[in-house]
Write a protein that binds this ligand. Sequence first.
Ligand code: FAD
Length: 311
Amino acid sequence: MTSQNEKPAASLILGGAPSLQKGPIRVSFEFFPPKTPEMEETLWRSIHRLAPFQPQFVSVTYGAGGSTRQRTHDTVKRIHDETSLVPAAHLTCVGATREEVDEVVRDYWNAGIRHIVALRGDPAEGQSKYVPHPGGYAYASDLVAGIRKIGNFEISVAAYPEGHVDSSDLAVDMDNLKRKIDAGATRAITQFFFDTDCFLRFRDRAVAAGVTVPLIPGIMPVTNFNGARRMAVMNGASVPDWLAKLFEGLEDEAETRKLVAIVAAAEQCVRLRANGIQDFHFYTLNRADLTYALCHILGLRAMPVEGSKSI
Ligand SMILES: Cc1cc2nc3c(=O)[nH]c(=O)nc-3n(C[C@H](O)[C@H](O)[C@H](O)COP(=O)(O)OP(=O)(O)OC[C@H]3O[C@@H](n4cnc5c(N)ncnc54)[C@H](O)[C@@H]3O)c2cc1C
């Protein structure tokens, strides 16, 4: 099924359709906190390379169970202190009391960080099902409300075009998204998806449900198809047959997989753009090259970074 206002797909990329659409394109990039000095170098090289696209913000994830609390904080702080980029800190409810989470939020506020991506988080290690921490924030909507009490943050939350795996149906899932927005969230970023129609239907349902905050598609360019399929199964994202077919037989062809990944993700971005999407959030996995190409294909051009202290 295709969305009603969709333009013909033929030669969208070569025809320059992205830049012909009305309104500016805005991007944001997601990184994870590095574990080793080598990973740190890779991360900073990627930040350096992508900064000229002037992202709205760059976000840094929070490891399962709060395992990266210090590393997330350090990375966010360094981006804030040493670059002209706007960092957003991911934060979850898992494995911590409200007081502990509030302390992290206050630390961010005192460090000048003004954007938090507020999440419930996945079950703590060793648990198959999510159980709220006694004395902790139970769900993302509770966390959003808690953050609001501490400071006037910009707050992004997660959204699921195909529904969160714990939601009994799409209506329950939409009610939860609305709860998070009512609690004070200012933007929703989606889980990655491969079926663009799912996102377009989700957007239509959200608008019909009265959601007015920006809904940003989360784009994950896939080079490791088998790994992505495993993640998709865990996250409840469907994997279209055509995508599996594209990567068939390329297990030992890393370079070709990269080229195929660009084509698949570019098609997704261009279709979204053709359907009026202006904001794109890229799951970079701390690598710049695919995201760089996608920003370029969307019509953005790398601009010199002004006022940057280190990049
Ligand atoms: C953009 C994005 C970034 C992410 N970043 C991270 C990260 O940095 N670190 C990390 O660990 N994980 C991250 N995740 C994954 C996320 O933590 C998981 O998807 C998690 O399972 C759900 O988080 P949530 O914030 O969507 O939860 P919630 O919005 O709280 O919803 C989770 C489930 O609980 C249900 N629910 C909500 N409220 C109630 C209630 N009162 N009673 C009963 N059920 C309820 C909802 O319907 C839903 O099924 C990210 C996901 C996205 C999309």
